[in-house]
Design a protein around this ligand. Sequence first.
Ligand code: AMP
Ligand code: MG
Length: 330
Amino acid sequence: MSLDLRMPELNFALAAVRVAAEVAERLAARTDVKGIEKSDLSPVTVADYACQALVAKKLVETFPAVVLVGEEDAGDLRAEASGETLSLVTDIVREFEGGASRENVCDWIDVGNGEPGDRFWTLDPIDGTKGYLRKEQYAIALALIEGGEVSLGVLGCPNLGRDCTLDADAKGVLVAAVRGEGCWRTALKDGDGMDRVRVSTCADSSSARMLRSVEAGHTNVDQIGQLSELLGSLAEPVCLDSQAKYAVLSAGGGELLVRLLSPSKPDYREKIWDQAAGSIVLEEAGGRVTDLAGRPLDFGQGRSLARNRGVCASNGILHDALLEAIGKLS
Ligand code: AMP
Ligand code: MG
């Protein structure tokens, strides 16, 4: 058994994430591509823009009536006086789409300004931009949302091993899930068939391995320490950027993943593109994802998970123990 690659949405998503990963890796090998501050002060790179442009262009070509909700938009690119970033983005896009003009590139990026409705795609072209800039973990995350629920998700993780581990010789992995059809992985380059991904069967909370963000500002580090004590003095958490955490957890490289609310942004609401692909991948691998109060993630509330607070994810078996410990946090 495997996923049915004839399913047009799955076929598209696998191909699109592969192309985006190729763009990201080509740019990562160059020294002239650095982080730029967006008008909301979060970091973005030429790769974020180029990946969104290419995925969006392929999406509208394949499914003309489609709605895409992407993390990026071309506003800052169009407004930049020097036009330097747009030139770099257009150059790399042209390596894949020969005739692309600057205007085409901006228009393709802005396909991602769709309104979330009953059926739409969501894209994080480079999830974990900070990890990408550090040459550590990042992911290309693409998902389809239908009726407020994720129905398909693909994660491309160029800096993980083929088996979703933190392998020093990482050649990259593509992890895909379709609701009810399981979670599967294949090599990022030159797909070599798909094999099933399953969570760890660890049922002992005191030997659980926890995954967390590298960025301390995306979680609450003191409370992570408390959780570790409440669950039985866990080993130091493994710090990883991006939804690569979900890929690792799905394949049994850990048991617990929490996104606690940071003291500086206690009202933060998760963005849908930061959780959609990762959550279906984990659920279809046998894991569980809720918010910190145990509520299911509701992807029908616009661009953010407005009805949820933080994220609690696990191998399933340890989920209730983790929620109980979260309930005791001070
Ligand atoms: P990670 O690599 O797991 O730390 O997640 C990266 C994502 O965290 C980025 O794509 C941001 O959208 C998101 N993010 C930004 N600020 C916060 C925050 N204060 N709390 C939680 N997540 C955040
Ligand atoms: Mg992101």
